[in-house]
Design a protein around this ligand. Structure first.
Ligand code: NAP
Length: 324
């Protein structure tokens, strides 16, 4: 019987339990998928811990790539044996086999492996909407991105560089500096050692940056606002250090007339057409060598506990995957 990680209660990594699960047959608009590689994402830890509440018991994981095993009677876009990937609710990607709605899957072209697709979908789609839709990054601009050696961080600077923009990156330890530089960041600041806002103002000769992309959250929010130029945009897209405190608009937003947004993937890819187009843009960047992916670690599905511990203790340098 296929195995899945099932979450019966919220808590630390120890609550991730591997179980045998009866999968059954897909409904009319669904497909059955054999997952070959599963993406590890920071959001998985929010679902596990309860920071983002979910109904329990539940599967966990948003992202995987594999082969279609069976299709529902209404499904026209896919056939048995197609290579597909997905990065969306319903949760349950930490599984050897599962059923998903056909509308969340995209076709993976030849030349893109399952491992690559499972690493790319969430982090690539996030990068895609952040710098082409939330803030339309232009050639010649310099922006700030936090956690530059992380999963999204690895893709973000390469994509920005491919547009002709520069990115200042922050990292949590000296050993991550080299990795961030290799990812394409023009300047890398260790924000556990120095005041990143001061450094950013020094680098930009006090003019600040027009946009900050902040997936760290609680610990970097106020410093990020300091880095912004007049009418700059604060894009808070994650909470690795904890959720944001309430925002003091008159004190923190009003003086520079800043914009503040808190976006999620689902708001930018609202149907299958948008999703496939967004994914194809990422696959193109890979095909033409604009983005290179280095998978930092591969864990067995049964070791998901260790994967979560390593991610939360900031040990991982770059994206990691689970192999079912
Ligand atoms: N809104 C969206 O659409 C969306 C989509 C995907 C991801 N995200 C968010 O994007 C961020 C990056 O995701 P990812 O999966 O690529 O993870 P990741 O960047 O590989 O890992 C998170 C990184 O956050 C940094 N961090 C800073 N303070 C931390 C703390 N107190 N505890 C743990 N980590 C801390 C660490 O890097 P340093 O050690 O270098 O500081 C860590 O490596 C996450 O916040 C995630 O939730 C949002």
């Amino acid at each position: 019987m296929p195995k899945s990680i099932i979450l019966k209660k919220n808590g630390g990594p120890e609550v991730l339990e591997l179980q045998n699960v009866e999968v059954g047959s897909p409904g009319p608009d669904e497909i059955k998928v054999n997952n070959h590689a599963i993406g590890l994402n920071y959001i998985d830890t929010y679902h596990r811990s309860g920071l983002y509440p979910i109904k329990l018991p539940s599967g966990i994981g948003l992202e995987a790539a594999g082969k279609v095993d069976e299709i529902g009677s209404n499904v026209k876009e896919f056939n048995k044996g197609d290579n597909i990937a997905y990065a969306s609710v319903p949760l349950g990607a930490y599984a050897q086999q599962r059923i998903i709605p056909a509308k969340i899957a995209v076709k993976v072209p030849d030349g893109i492996s399952h491992e690559l697709a499972a690493t790319l979908m969430t982090k690539g789609l996030t990068t895609n909407y952040l710098l082409t839709k939330t803030y339309k990054l232009r050639a010649g601009e310099t922006v700030l991105f936090h956690a530059a050696a992380g999963g999204v961080g690895q893709i973000f600077a390469q994509w920005a560089n491919s547009i002709g923009a520069k990115v200042i990156g922050t990292v949590g330890s000296d050993e991550k500096i080299k990795a961030a530089e290799e990812n394409g960041y023009s300047h890398v600041i260790n924000y556990t050692k120095s005041n990143f806002a001061k450094e950013v103002l020094k680098i930009t000769k006090n003019s600040g940056v027009p946009a900050v992309f902040d997936g760290v959250g609680k610990n970097t929010f106020l410093g990020s606002l300091e880095c912004l130029s007049t009418r700059g945009m604060m894009i808070s897209f994650g909470n690795a250090s904890g959720p944001l405190d309430p925002v003091n608009v008159p004190k923190d937003i009003q003086p520079k007339g800043l914009y503040l947004t808190r976006p999620s993937i689902g708001q930018y890819f609202t149907n299958r057409k948008e999703l496939q187009a967004g994914a194809d843009q990422i696959f193109e960047k890979i095909k033409f060598g604009k983005i290179k992916i280095k998978i930092s670690k591969r864990y067995k599905l049964a070791d998901a506990k260790n994967a979560h511990s390593d991610l939360e203790s900031r040990k991982l340098i770059g994206p990691a995957i689970l192999i079912p």
